[in-house]
Design a protein around this ligand. Structure first.
Ligand code: KG4
Ligand code: ZN
Length: 493
């Protein structure tokens, strides 16, 4: 583990990119459009004040991030914000992987602030995400990132309606840092807390940018750790049409970039995208994964191996950075980058075509394909998938790159969506002891006081999408978000 001196605050921030994204205005009709389109579950319960008249009963699979139940009545809540519908103001905190992010978003979708501190230099140093290093970097950055998000929004924590935080899936050591911060603020300022599913947030952020994006919609979520095709039927109700049986596409981009000796400071994906523009995408004959499987699942491990072999056969030396490569060497690397990207994306295209057919069988009114997650920032990915949806007479919704890669806005927004439905936990006690958190070496899964969900499926698998290879790996999975919500709805009715 790196020493903390290496990660001193000033060093962290001099090498980090801290973004502030200006306010994004939305037509005020947005939230009312959404409210009228909810199809399943109880009508939206807009929290008009905290504490709300009646908290939804919390069962053992509480939606949110905490299982402390006794705090709502025991904590004096004098300073809490009173908010109604669009006036909700939620702080979102994200630390599930390698970016420390926070943002403040209003109930009408206005982004009041967005701050991201990336660990790009650490990724270069360690050749990927090292959980303990990432945890230390989050711990160094979190206070300043949150403080900056609040100050750019011209708010204090007292003004918030709620705090939303990613509780899974992700690296438990990293999730813990964000959850501890969120609970600390929520406890001190007596704010309700919403535990957010990271992949749901990647999908729902599209509803901030596309005002008429209503349920149901299909979502392709492509990032470093996930490759999901999801039918979103209503808030919290997701059918998983496909997932990866091994690696995600972002992982394949990152490894290809590393093996090609590219500059990884902006992460592997953008480096491959740029180099691919110089190459011939037909020059290296990679085969498309899973051609024989007529389902919507993905596999990128085999393509990674094909790329590695192609690199070895051309004697490309990753130790020689691309900036120092000869003209021929650079051209070989560009050909591999372009050929890899063509096939990696072709795999997405084929799976999306099939997923649209499956989704239309379940939801004939389907109009949109949402593509989100870090890899959705890629222009080639967007343009190829745009052609797929046009052939199927659908519309593509792709958030801007700053909302595709990990960010606090998507967490705040997802928090708002669930908060409106009454899905949140009461404020934790102001004096919650730190040891309510799992100890460093605990497996968070088994610690009852604190609910982190490192392996947390979003929805239930579609019957046609089951894969034997994957079902072997389901041990220690948390029940899916959709099953938790369904169970709690059944208890309420
Ligand atoms: O969603 P994200 O920010 O974090 C995770 O949840 O994993 O996604 C990160 C992934 C990385 O693998 C990164 O290389 C990839 O998204 N990525 C891209 C691009 N920008 C980010 N991949 C391809 N092209 C891009 N322009
Ligand atoms: Zn992500």
């Amino acid at each position: 583990m790196v020493s903390l001196s290496l990660l001193s605050l000033s060093a962290t921030f001099s090498r980090s990119r801290l973004h502030f994204i200006p306010r994004l205005s939305l037509p005020s009709s947005l939230s009312s459009v959404r409210r009228t389109t909810r199809r399943n579950g109880p009508p939206a319960r807009l929290s008009s004040s905290w504490p709300p008249p009646s908290c939804p009963p919390l069962d053992s699979h509480s939606f949110g991030s905490s299982t402390s139940r006794n705090s709502s009545s025991s904590v004096p809540c004098g300073g809490a914000a009173v908010a109604d519908g669009d006036d909700l103001v939620v702080l979102g905190i994200e630390t599930s992987c390698d970016d420390t992010a926070a943002a403040v978003v209003r109930g009408d979708g206005q982004i009041l602030s967005q701050v991201v501190s990336s660990q790009a230099d650490l990724l270069v140093l360690y050749g990927g995400v090292a959980p303990k290093v990432a945890e230390a970097a989050h711990a160094e950055a979190i206070d300043q990132v949150v403080e900056e998000a609040l100050s750019k929004a011209n708010l204090t924590a007292r003004d918030l309606s709620a705090v939303a935080v990613t509780i899974g899936p992700g690296l438990s050591l990293c999730l813990r840092v964000g959850v501890r911060k969120a609970r600390n603020i929520a406890g001190l300022f007596c704010k309700p807390i919403v535990g957010v599913h990271h992949m749901e947030a990647h999908a729902l952020v599209a509803r901030i940018v596309q005002q008429d994006l209503q349920f149901p919609f299909l979502a392709l979520l492509i990032s470093g750790g996930h490759n999901l095709l999801i039918l979103a039927r209503s808030l919290g109700q997701y059918v998983q049409l496909g997932t990866t049986i091994d690696d995600a596409i972002g992982e394949a981009y990152d490894k290809t970039a590393k093996w090609l000796g590219l500059d990884l400071r902006t992460s592997g994906g953008p480096a491959i995208e740029k180099l691919a523009l110089e190459g011939d995408a037909e020059s290296v004959k990679f085969s498309t994964p899973m051609k024989q499987h007529k389902d919507c699942n993905f596999s990128y491990a085999g393509l990674k191996t094909q790329v590695r072999l192609a690199i070895e056969s051309r004697n490309i030396n990753a130790q020689i950075p691309i900036s120092s490569a000869t003209t021929q060497d650079r051209s070989d690397r560009a050909d591999i980058a372009a050929s890899f990207q063509r096939v990696a994306v072709l795999h997405l295209e084929e799976r999306c075509e099939r997923a649209i057919v499956w989704a239309m069988e379940m939801e004939p009114s389907l109009k949109y394909l949402v593509v989100s997650g870090g890899v959705a920032s890629n222009k080639y990915v967007r343009s190829r998938l745009d052609q797929v949806v046009k052939r199927k007479s659908l519309e593509l919704v792709c958030p801007p790159p700053s909302l595709c890669t990990d960010n606090g806005v998507m967490i705040a927004w997802t928090g708002i969506e669930h908060f409106r439905m009454g899905r949140f936990d009461p404020p934790p006690p102001a004096d919650e002891p730190e040891d309510a958190m799992p100890k460093k070496d605990d497996i968070c899964w088994f610690v009852p006081q604190y609910d982190l969900r490192p392996r947390w499926p979003l929805g239930e698998e579609h019957v046609k999408g089951r894969s034997e290879a994957r079902s072997l790996r389901t041990a220690r999975l948390h029940p899916s978000l959709t099953s938790i919500i369904q169970e709690s709805l059944q208890k309420q009715s």
